[in-house]
Design a protein around this ligand. Structure first.
Ligand SMILES: Cc1cc2nc3c(=O)[nH]c(=O)nc-3n(C[C@H](O)[C@H](O)[C@H](O)COP(=O)(O)O)c2cc1C
Length: 358
């Protein structure tokens, strides 16, 4: 199942240490103005090489569009975009077929595919696969922008460091893009960097939380039952490697609230029906209600850590101490910010096309 979507469909292909990774996109309306430079800008945000906070693997991730765009516009045919894998070192990975890394996909994948899968660099389970999601999403968001819909993902927690300020949407984007960790507040971003560097020094890793907001959605986007905004956005978010939790609006906190506190009361503001609060996260009955769609995604700490860990040799069935050599992100979160933002755009465009809004 490497395809996602109904009217706007993204199929991802490639593996981490194969020739390339990329996406085939179907359903982009013909004539949509699509800038390759803007796709490249999103890929650049995702690419590694940001000092101590990301993997030392150096990939330029230069976009190649094979089909579907001509003279800056979508042709209506499938769009195929890819980036080549250049800086690959697969030497560490054979060992994981016998001695799986705790927390990574090695063990279930080896059992499922009988060891025939391309395991190099994590293969199909690598975070590198998300380059295809970024390509597909960066195209979708350009179509959405024309419809007045914008998205912003930002890092709100790394390890124990939590962003306490609510930076307004209108200015946050600029700061998030300029920040190495994707956080809109400079002082908090510094603490987050230190948190990652400290974990790295201790041959360990940290997780975190990304918040994503979608603004400008018309009322009524979403296709209940199974095409509710929550169903499809969470399915997309849980497809991103390393994601362990997704919550909308008040999320799990709603369980301890009373209805009187949780209900978002309606008011008229500037002639529009809006709500005073947004515990619903902009979604009621699976449909957008005109308020910002807001959700939070929890990422686990990167599983590949340099510290010795216990595993087993699955052939000899004996315990083995494992020291992981490959190159890894000490924290997934900073590089996942554009992945969340762009992949969410693909889901929203799909639902807008399904509902006749685009
Ligand atoms: C952008 C990105 C980069 C990642 N980098 C790494 C990495 O360097 N090392 C690692 O072990 N996992 C990394 N991951 C996470 C693994 O791919 C993921 O944990 C693994 O496939 C198992 O899947 P699961 O955590 O969803 O169960 C990354 C994920 C993303 C989204």
């Amino acid at each position: 199942m490497n395809e996602f979507g109904t009217r706007y469909r993204i199929g991802i292909f490639g593996t981490s240490h194969g020739p390339c990774v990329g996406a085939k996109i179907e359903g982009c309306p013909a004539g949509s103005r699509i800038s390759e430079a803007l796709i490249q800008a999103e890929l650049d945000r995702r690419s590694p090489g940001k000092g101590a906070i990301s993997t030392p693997r150096m990939e330029r991730d230069k976009l190649e569009i094979i089909s579907g765009l001509r003279k800056g516009k979508a042709t209506g045919g499938p769009i195929v975009g890819l980036v080549r894998n250049v800086d690959t070192d697969s030497s560490a990975y054979d060992a994981f077929l016998r001695v799986p890394r705790p927390g990574h996909a090695d063990y279930p994948a080896t059992v499922k595919y009988g060891g025939h899968h391309d395991h190099r660099g994590g293969g199909q389970f690598s975070g590198r696969m998300t380059a295809g999601l970024v390509i597909g999403g960066a195209i979708a968001r350009q179509v959405l922008e024309k419809k007045g819909v914008s998205l912003l993902a930002q890092t709100v927690q790394i390890g124990k460091v939590v962003l306490k300020k609510d930076v307004p949407f209108s200015i946050a984007d600029k700061f998030v893009r300029a920040s190495a960790v994707g956080c809109a507040d400079r002082a908090t971003a510094e603490q987050m960097k230190e948190e990652i560097a400290k974990a790295h020094e201790e041959r360990d890793s940290v997780g975190g939380v990304i918040k994503c907001s979608v603004i400008g959605l018309p009322v009524g986007v979403g296709e209940p039952f199974f095409g509710s905004i929550e169903s499809l956005l969470s399915a997309m978010m849980f497809s991103i490697p390393g994601v362990k939790g997704v919550e909308f609006g008040s999320g799990f906190k709603c369980a301890s609230m009373r209805g009187s506190a949780h209900n978002d009361q309606y008011i008229i503001r500037n002639g529009k029906t809006v709500t005073k609060t947004n515990n619903a996260g902009g979604i009621l009955g699976g449909l957008s209600n005109g308020m910002p769609v807001e959700f939070r995604i929890a990422f686990k700490p990167t599983s590949s850590i340099a510290r010795p860990q216990m595993s087993v040799d699955i052939v000899d069935r004996k315990p083995v101490e494992l020291e992981i050599k490959g190159r890894h992100d000490p924290c997934i979160v900073p590089r996942a910010v554009p992945v969340v933002e762009n992949s969410a755009a693909a889901v929203i465009l799909d639902l807008m096309l399904q509902g006749g809004f685009a």
